[in-house]
Design a protein around this ligand. Structure first.
Ligand code: AMP
Ligand code: GLY
Length: 414
């Protein structure tokens, strides 16, 4: 089958490798892709917000399946435009993508589906902001109601800062602070049924020990040796299946990847957020561990259904560390030269923000590379990822040194 993958990040690099590795995939095209993806797929320089050009490319290459990576084209209705032409798509409709596109919508769906989340108020003026902030008290959680590329959320003990963020966003969701470890658990849905993937954990802050600013994600690992043994089953029953049923009941079935960001609180699991696409960098640890052929899996989700499908995983661990450009996440510097990438067994280096220039490979985004190590346990996977990333130089770049550290230590102790 001919596949068109949309996107250009580390997530798409990992998805592209997974799709390409499935013998069912006979040719892989990517719009726009990146230099890492160009090593094994045909890249087309198209802006991901240009639905018409992506649809035209899908027609031109006679794509049997389009896989949409980032949220922007989903929220822009790219999946609808393709389905109108009877092209199979892995990715939700514009209406279903509102689960990520609007925090208020996500809260309504959760409430109707009986899915537990933080209590919240949607507010749009100063009187409402102050009332909501004082109802919950510190730490304050203020979220831009619309898409904000991971930068719309402020969590702070400082009421002034919380209020200032609300004022700068206008329409916000102000909610109860959830205490407990965070887990990313993804489900692959055909609109009726949903297959839960194994959980991963993402590191959102820019610095070690969770210091610094919120980012798109500085690293991830999977599986989670410390997580409750029934976490997959529980999340399926309490979160994923009810949301899929509710979206169906509303006449807007969800076909694609449902990303549940969870907090494991002492009162039980609560949903922090939904995304409507694979997470980045969680995908860069999950795809290397997934044994189920990816192209066939996503094609079934988009067409005949997943009723007879099970997910199979390697009995190994993966740790991904993100190499970020100087100034990330506030004002990342582009154009720095990246040294030749090392080739190390059991290590995959995914391009996220790179481009080719006369000097060779240069940085062109905040998150430049994701380096994933795979091993028999988290310690081995970490060692491999860190050995590889320490051999890459990009002036001013940085990475966290504590990705999966606590989990690896705890795992060794067991
Ligand atoms: P989001 O974009 O909704 O994932 O939020 C970004 C990050 O803010 C999350 O990964 C959490 O670390 C944090 N966060 C969001 N909502 C809450 C909450 N209700 N309680 C505690 N932390 C939160
Ligand atoms: N890793 C967080 C995200 O993809 O939104």
């Amino acid at each position: 089958m001919k596949i068109l993958l949309v996107g250009s990040g580390g997530r798409e690099h990992a998805l592209g490798l997974g799709l390409d590795a499935d013998p069912a995939c006979t040719s892989l095209h990517v719009a726009p892709g990146n230099p890492g993806i160009a090593e094994f797929a045909q890249c087309h320089p198209i802006d991901i917000s240009n639905n018409a050009q992506i649809v035209a490319l899908a027609q031109e290459i006679e794509a049997d399946l389009v896989v949409i990576g980032p949220e922007l084209p989903l929220v822009n209705g790219l999946a609808d435009d393709l389905r109108r032409l009877k092209i199979a798509v892995f990715g939700p409709s514009k209406a279903a993508a509102q689960l990520e596109g609007s925090k208020t919508f996500a809260k309504e769906v959760m409430s109707d589906a009986g899915v537990l989340t933080a209590q919240s108020f949607t507010c749009s003026n100063k009187v409402e902001y102050e009332k909501a902030l004082d109802t919950f008290g510190a730490p304050y959680v203020v979220k831009d109601d619309g898409l904000a590329g991971g930068k719309g959320v402020v969590v702070t003990r400082n009421r002034q800062e919380a209020l200032a963020h609300a004022i700068s966003c206008k329409r916000v969701v102000i909610e109860e602070f959830l205490e407990g470890p965070e887990v990313s658990l993804f489900g692959i849905s055909d609109g009726v049924s949903i297959l839960a993937m194994q959980p991963a954990q993402d590191f959102k802050r820019s610095g070690d020990n969770d210091a610094g600013l919120n980012t798109g994600g500085m690293g991830a690992y999977s599986p989670l040796p410390w997580a409750p043994s029934d976490i997959i089953e529980d999340t399926y029953t309490q979160v994923l299946a009810p949301i899929i049923a509710e979206m169906n009941a509303r006449g807007t079935p969800f076909v694609g990847l449902l990303y549940a960001g969870l907090a494991l609180t002492d009162r039980g699991t609560r949903v922090i957020e939904f995304n409507v696409r694979f997470g980045d960098p969680e995908t860069q640890v999950l795809i290397p561990l997934l044994k189920t052929p990816l192209a066939t899996l996503l094609y079934k989700a988009a067409t005949v259904g997943l009723a007879d499908t099970v997910l199979e995983w390697r009995d190994e661990s993966a740790v991904a560390v993100v190499l970020a450009a100087e100034g990330y996440p506030t004002a990342p510097l582009n154009g720095g030269t990246i040294s030749p990438l090392p080739a190390i067994e059991n290590v995959q280096i995914f391009h996220a923000g790179t481009s080719r220039s006369e000097q060779g490979l240069v940085s062109s985004g905040g998150r430049v590379l994701t380096v994933t190590g795979v091993g028999s346990d988290l310690t081995e996977a970490r060692d491999r990822a860190y050995r590889a990333i320490s051999q890459i130089s990009l002036p001013g770049s940085f990475y966290r040194s504590d990705i999966a550290l606590n989990a690896a230590v705890a795992e060794k102790g067991n």
